[in-house]
Design a protein around this ligand. Structure first.
Ligand SMILES: Nc1ncnc2c1ncn2[C@@H]1O[C@H](COP(=O)(O)OP(=O)(O)OP(=O)(O)O)[C@@H](O)[C@H]1O
Length: 268
């Protein structure tokens, strides 16, 4: 693999979309998790994939990043077919998956060194980037601690560092802020904003609408395995007061209200 440089990611005129999905399906037995979706996510944007629990976000991201084989459909990332050209795609992407599995018996520093060498980066460059990422993500003090002893938030941060180490064109993050304290969340935001500022693309899933509204400039809304709306944030929000309001009207309230829990609370 060629030596990585400090390249910028500014998308050139006529660049392919960061992600293009056509007719993507996934069923688990009788359960349809993803029902033939089409998606076109532009390069150089901070993109939120939002939807209620069970909407199909994780299943979609897993298929888009080559972790789960679709039943049907085509996925292209940065102009390459994920399932026909997996090596080209994996060179260009970073992934922080849900339920991240890490090499628990390595220290944070060793994990980054290992990841960097797997990515084909030269040793001194891996060391330089790893030290900088550990510093910026406030993990320098825990660099020699085993990953098994990391907290939930620290695991997210070391996973993010590993996903960023090779300076990917497109970064996929499944619930990156879950279990992360506000100070660390602010740090992660700063890193991601710097990264997208150089023209790279971030695609992340979340159900925290305030977060998506404050970070993203492009949104895709998923419900029951389908894309119900996608486009620039302002367009998806439309005339609603907030993305949360737009989301509730797009996705609709489901199930019985809390009023039906007539046994809960009150006099016993
Ligand atoms: N391995 C699996 N086996 C069976 N069903 C699955 C599997 N993975 C996902 N599903 C089902 O597919 C549907 C979509 O799940 P998915 O995890 O993609 O949703 P999600 O939008 O990421 O939800 P959440 O926000 O709760 O994480 C759900 O009904 C889920 O139960």
């Amino acid at each position: 693999m060629p030596e990585e440089t400090e390249e910028q990611h500014a998308p050139a005129e006529g660049d392919p979309a960061a992600v293009r999905v056509r007719g993507l399906w996934k069923r688990f037995g009788n359960q349809v998790a993803v029902a033939g979706i089409d998606l076109e996510l532009p390069a150089g944007h901070f993109i939120g994939l939002v939807g209620p629990n069970g909407a199909g976000k994780t299943t979609t991201l897993s298929m888009v990043t080559g972790l789960l084989r679709p039943d049907d459909g085509v996925v292209e990332v940065a102009g390459h077919d994920v399932w026909r050209d997996p090596v080209e795609v994996k060179k260009r992407i970073g992934v922080l998956p849900e339920g991240l599995r890490l090499f628990e018996r390595l220290s944070g520093r060793e994990l980054l060194a290992y990841t960097g060498r797997l990515r084909g980066l030269p040793g001194p460059e891996v060391d330089r980037r790893a030290d900088q990422l550990l510093d910026v993500l406030d993990l320098a003090g825990a660099r020699h601690k085993l990953v098994v002893d990391y907290s939930t938030g620290m695991r997210k941060k070391i996973g993010l560092a590993a996903a960023l180490l090779h300076n990917p064109e497109v970064l996929f993050l499944d619930e990156p802020f879950e279990g992360v304290d506000p100070v660390s969340a602010q740090t992660i935001r700063g890193v991601l904003e710097r990264y997208t500022g150089s023209g790279a693309t971030v695609i992340f899933s979340s159900h925290v609408m305030e977060l998506v509204e404050s970070l993203c400039d492009w949104v895709a809304v998923m419900a029951a395995g389908r894309i119900v709306r996608q486009g620039p944030l302002a367009e998806v929000r439309g005339s609603a007061a907030s993305l949360q309001d737009a989301f509730l009207s797009l996705v609709g309230a489901r199930g019985a209200t809390a009023g039906s829990l007539d046994w809960l609370g009150g006099a016993r």
